[in-house]
Design a protein. Structure first.
Length: 67
């Protein structure tokens, strides 16, 4: 019963947030100032560096395991 009530609570919260409509002001603001492109570029660089670091760490661990 507790799981069902929690699930229903989450569903109602989701419905309330969708019922409020879209905020076009944020989309046009970010697009008009080209800040969204900067955010995407920074996130791409951070994720690329993170994957590069993890890949190099995995290679080092494999070399240590072979020894």
């Amino acid at each position: 019963m507790k799981k069902v009530s929690i699930t229903l609570l989450y569903v109602f919260i989701a419905l309330i947030t969708f019922a409020q409509g879209e905020a076009d002001v944020n989309k046009t603001f970010m697009s008009s100032n080209l800040k969204i492109n900067v955010v995407i570029a920074v996130l791409t660089i951070i994720l690329g560096l993170l994957f590069l670091f993890l890949f190099s760490m995995e290679r080092r661990l494999k070399q240590l395991e072979k020894k």
